[in-house]
Ligand binder design. Sequence first.
Ligand SMILES: [Mg+2]
Length: 356
Amino acid sequence: MKIRMVSATPMALRLKEPFSIANETVDIGENVFLKIETDEDITGWGCATPDSVTSETKETVINCFNNVIKDILVGEDPLRVNFINDLIEEKVNGNPSLRAGVNMALYDILGKKANLPLYKLLGGYKDKIETSVTIGLNPTDTMVERAKGFVNRGFKCLKVKCGMDADQDIEVVLAIRNAVGPDIKIRMDANEGYTLEKALRVIETLEKLGANIEILEQPTPAKYLYALKEVTSQCPVPIMADETALTLRDSLKAVKMEIADMINIKLMKIGGITNAIKANTFAEIAEIPVMIGCMNESMGAMAAGVHFACAFKNVKYADLDSALDFEQDIVKGGAHYENGFVIPSDKPGLGIEVNL
Ligand SMILES: [Mg+2]
């Protein structure tokens, strides 16, 4: 099999509501759709979601695609996923979301060729995963309303954004706990917004008042490795590294240094499924569970996260909710939601249909 033609098409997808976290607010999700056509009757689709977290823009992705990636891909055998991944890793600095989009399109082709849904091709450990749904920063009443809305739709796990104002965070989380009852899981994500002292104060206060937090994600700034390690050793709630575990190498460092109790792998940070498998493997050996997270990803990208998550035992947590956030996605299939779980498509490959 040979790759005949490749293309990258940017698409700004409007969010239903502006989304705020401790370091930014956005109202669109930039997604770049990648199409890989072969000399057989098989086309692979992937999607890159550039983000400030990975120092990418739509422009860096398109430039790199046109100037470097195209030449690497055309004429290659798309089934040699690991070989192509190596070629790309050698030549491309940064642009992890683009590397992720290309890598998932190759896996899409592999799955279609094998006539297997990707999660089964990768090992098929489970056929669904519970996901959290994210509540962005807003006034307390709005956050409580959103929490209740999600719970009414069957979601059983909430990820509450925090990190801007510790006292408001305590108030919000207590109000949400009060509104949704004791059986709903509540995770918090500070997106680097706390100091060590603040993180400990927030969690100790919430624990004393019975908020029962499942996970606190990235309390302290990514670059202060020892601050995060210190929170992890002192905090009664499990700590997850997200921004600290940006690249494959960062993730290895986080695991080796035991900086956090768990790590959040996002395909867009780590550069695709091939790298995510490596990170999950060393994390599993170190007995560090993995969460699969997402950026403002169309289902075209998020579906790859669902397939990856379901393939492996050690991917124990998921925060795969971005496909819920758009006014209109251009992708059908891939995965669907049921009773708080996200379930990958059983069609071959990623199982997505892209209507550009
Ligand atoms: Mg996070």
